[in-house]
Design a binder for this molecule. Structure first.
Ligand SMILES: Cc1cc2nc3c(=O)[nH]c(=O)nc-3n(C[C@H](O)[C@H](O)[C@H](O)COP(=O)(O)OP(=O)(O)OC[C@H]3O[C@@H](n4cnc5c(N)ncnc54)[C@H](O)[C@@H]3O)c2cc1C
Length: 457
């Protein structure tokens, strides 16, 4: 048995753990920081769908780099932490003891499969999208000579995986409970556009239905069909269950750390558990929505990294005031060359939460004039409070610029900007880079909301 000593132990080498460790080292350069992660190779989880198509083509191209951590002198060990004694401040890794002063749980999340479908995972040909390289390689290899794929789940991970397989010529069907795909992030009119683009790539969407049975017709333990609630039977060679993720909190729970909603580790604003030497960040922590303050199931690398920065800055006292309180669920996805981005609440979510909102949508072009060769259509929808005019949500369809434009909207939401501030916002524009200054879509959408509020619409 070896006795390993460190000041800060981070369990988990995903986005949350990595950012926590780097931030801790930047804030406390004289402290020994140790990261323990389960697998030798850590994939970049967000790019996993691109392993299956032409974009990356193999998991070796999706390996996360540890270069920055190494350069900073952050130590790494590979192995599964089996137990933590929070009183004695010891973590147990294989036969070794790791003695720490501060501990950050960054143990992430694992695929969630509804209890009624769990047994299907025993069949050959049934997969989840795990963040583990071996699993991803197994699915990739299995799919090589198969033609028919059913993806269960119409969130962005299901859609991205479906599109990538379709671009390889597979016959892919996505099955989701909602009318349109991506319903958690986009209102119907945008979800509809996303669906049309997905179908253009050759993916079929069956909405407002769900898989009730995964079938092995021949009794040989190999999947060959799914049965839907509507009674439809869809023949398939592969079933991918992209039905969400759950916090990976068994280690913390066994250590006596309290859990919050949805089984995430309970933390305060500074990502501290009730014991201020123990922190939790990323998908394993319990989250709230930034706008509604309701418990949130959103799991994103962006939110996880932001939490990692907060924890890494707050280990030995509060250094900075935390700038956000809850997730704004900010993310982007692409279907072929069209980007879809969202932040904050949708109009439908606002309605469900009882928030009186006014929306403004503007369609334009992302270059000016529209004759610039690579010009693409751009659509922005903003959701604002009727009382006060604060912008609490935004959705965009457009070209690659959408990925950064949503960050502008995210900043607007986090800063509680209202439509009037946005209407007079100065934006940098350039013919080959952006929309026209005269009709910048974020500003125009804010104007439309202002007019509606003025007219009492
Ligand atoms: C296919 C896919 C696409 C995605 N795309 C996007 C995207 O485009 N944008 C976005 O913002 N988010 C995206 N996400 C979500 C994002 O990947 C997650 O929110 C993010 O990975 C969470 O980071 P994390 O560090 O909290 O957890 P994880 O990435 O789950 O990492 C957990 C870490 O903990 C380690 N660990 C767990 N238990 C132990 C133990 N007992 N001992 C030692 N180590 C342990 C694991 O080995 C791992 O290193 C995507 C997710 C998937 C699966």
């Amino acid at each position: 048995m070896k006795k390993i000593q460190c000041d800060v132990l981070v369990i988990g080498g995903g986005p949350a753990g990595g950012v926590s460790a780097v931030t801790a080292k930047m804030n406390y350069p004289h402290k020994e920081i140790l990261v323990v992660r389960e697998h030798e190779v850590q994939l970049v989880p967000c790019a996993i769908p691109y392993v299956f198509g032409e974009t990356l083509g193999c998991s070796e191209k999706d390996v996360a780099s540890c270069a920055m951590a190494e350069e900073m002198g952050i130590a790494t060990l590979v192995g599964k932490v089996k137990n933590v004694d929070t009183q004695k401040k010891i973590a147990y890794l294989n036969e070794d003891e790791i003695h720490f002063d501060k501990l950050i749980f960054a143990t992430g999340s694992t695929p969630f499969v509804h209890a009624s479908l769990e047994h299907a995972l025993d069949l050959e040909g049934v997969f989840t999208i795990s963040k583990n390289k071996d699993f991803i390689d197994k699915l990739d290899a299995y799919a090589k000579d198969k033609e028919e794929i059913v993806v269960v789940g119409s969130g962005f991970i299901g859609v991205e995986v479906a599109v990538e397989f379709a671009t390889k010529g597979k016959n892919v069907t996505v099955i989701g409970g909602s009318k349109h795909i991506l319903e958690n992030a986009f209102d119907g009119e945008l979800g509809n556009v996303a669906e049309e683009h997905m179908e253009k790539v050759g993916v079929t969407y069956i909405g407002e239905d769900r898989v009730v049975e995964v079938i092995d017709k021949n009794g040989d333990n190999v999947v060959n069909a799914v049965k839907l609630k509507s009674g439809k039977i869809i023949d398939t060679q592969i079933v991918i269950l992209a039905t969400g993720y759950k916090p990976n909190t068994t280690l913390a729970q066994n250590a006596g750390v309290s859990l919050g909603h949805y089984q995430g580790i309970w933390v305060d604003e500074y990502m501290r558990t009730a014991n201020h030497d123990i922190f939790a960040v990323g998908d394993c922590s319990a989250r709230r929505d930034f706008i509604t303050k309701e418990p949130s199931k959103v799991m994103l690398a962006s939110t996880s990294s932001a939490e990692g920065r907060v924890a890494g800055s707050s280990l030995y006292g509060i250094h900075y005031l935390k700038g956000f309180s809850g997730t704004i669920a900010i993310f982007s996805t692409m279907i072929q060359e069209i980007a879809f981005s969202s932040a904050g609440v949708t109009q439908a979510q606002a309605k469900r939460a009882g928030i009186d909102v006014v929306v403004g949508s503007f369609s334009g072009v992302n270059r000016h004039p529209a004759t610039i060769p690579d010009a693409q259509e751009q659509f922005v929808k903003l959701v604002a409070m009727r009382n006060g005019g604060q912008i609490i949500g935004g959705q965009i369809i457009g070209g690659k610029e959408t990925g950064e434009m949503i960050n502008l909207i995210g900043m607007i939401i986090e800063s509680h900007f209202d439509i009037y501030k946005v209407m007079s916002m100065q934006v940098a524009t350039q013919p080959k880079l952006t929309a026209a200054p005269t009709s910048y879509p974020v500003v125009m959408a804010a104007h439309i909301i202002a007019q509606k509020i003025h007219k009492g619409v």
